[in-house]
Design a protein around this ligand. Sequence first.
Ligand SMILES: Cc1cc2nc3c(=O)[nH]c(=O)nc-3n(C[C@H](O)[C@H](O)[C@H](O)COP(=O)(O)OP(=O)(O)OC[C@H]3O[C@@H](n4cnc5c(N)ncnc54)[C@H](O)[C@@H]3O)c2cc1C
Length: 411
Amino acid sequence: MNTDVLVVGAGMIGTCTALQLALRGHSVALVDRQAPGGETSYGNAGIIQREAVEPYAFPRDWPAVIGAALGRRMDVNYHLDALPSVMSPLARYWHASAPARYAQIAHDYSRLIEHCLTEHAALIEASGAADLVRKEGYRAVFQTQAAMDSASTRAAELQERYGIRYEHLNGDALARAEPELRVRLVGALHWLDPWSVSDPGALVQRYAQRFVTLGGSIAQADAATLTPTASGWQVHSVDGPLTARHAVIALGPWAAPLTSSLGYKLPLFVKRGYHRHYLGGPSLRLPLLDAENGFVIAPMSRGMRVTTGAEFARIGAPATPVQLDKAERAARRLIDLPQSVEQQPWLGNRPCTVDMKPVMGPAPKHAGLWFNFGHAHQGFTLGPVSGRLIADLIEGTTPAIDPKPYSPLRF
Ligand SMILES: Cc1cc2nc3c(=O)[nH]c(=O)nc-3n(C[C@H](O)[C@H](O)[C@H](O)COP(=O)(O)OP(=O)(O)OC[C@H]3O[C@@H](n4cnc5c(N)ncnc54)[C@H](O)[C@@H]3O)c2cc1C
């Protein structure tokens, strides 16, 4: 079968890219080894993070770094045998997080995030997915006054710089807002702009269904079969070869093997994360981030989903859910969680780059090849805007966002 574009990888990023192109009338095949939205885009905390205008920097304060190195922090874990391969990207991540460099990166990042709600809104409407979305923000809660004060200072800066909206809740107001909390906390910041999704994988599936109703096709294939041809690109699906003039690599955490086999050396790494559901007990009204411990409790359709921070480990290495065990204990102090739904926790991989920005744009060495991956902590948020940017670039129209800061050429 021949189409205009092959999109390889059907997570939030690839599915949105395919949908944005199909909405403009292109014939597109969306290719994955499994059904859309089954990996990282299924297991996240489900927050469309309009407030995340500045990406996660590498901590620059030594107590935080030493605490992580000694395994004392709940938000970070690492595998000793992964250190040789992650030391170089981590050193570059640390370098990029120095204040002056970070300020420019944050500026570039904010230009993407500022479109996340409008772009999701258009796709949510087009795919009839409003029932999955709650537009009431989420809350970051604090156990200590010092942490609350420092987060409040930063929130005020974000409001001033980017117009991000939030509300301060003291302990009483938080208890009224979330009556199922078992303990009295110092307070919370309620980020008012973000949206939360009750089933992140289902939102990707709705986008994929809309793509199909527009004439798009979904095929099962191994991305490793993607090869250049005389007139474009070809992939071997289980139903036979698929060809197109353009191919978009949207493999999230699995972009590295394919791009390196095509001759690209990109500084990619993963931050793993875990989740587990707890069903049948009291529920929170909105997602809650325990800001000091770095875990989220999100009310979802499968129950309360507890998600963890970052684990530095090789992709595919055995699960070591120590952070989830700690997060579960901490979550039980906050709310009466029932028994867990899954025996084994879910494990996923955030697709990260050393400068915290996604890699989006034309592949420098191949005509008709496009990159769209590396969205790290906010790929669920950034799918529609990233898909739109790639669709603009493929069509050769002037994109609404300057694509230069995200170009693969920066490495
Ligand atoms: C615990 C956790 C919480 C998070 N919370 C949030 C949040 O609240 N908000 C937010 O915006 N982001 C969040 N994220 C980040 C977000 O989930 C990711 O950035 C996003 O899902 C990445 O999407 P993707 O499409 O690039 O990758 P994926 O969703 O992983 O999609 C990649 C696709 O490639 C396919 N694939 C891989 N290899 C092959 C192959 N060889 N052949 C064919 N297909 C292949 C996979 O099957 C998969 O479907 C979180 C992540 C984690 C781990």
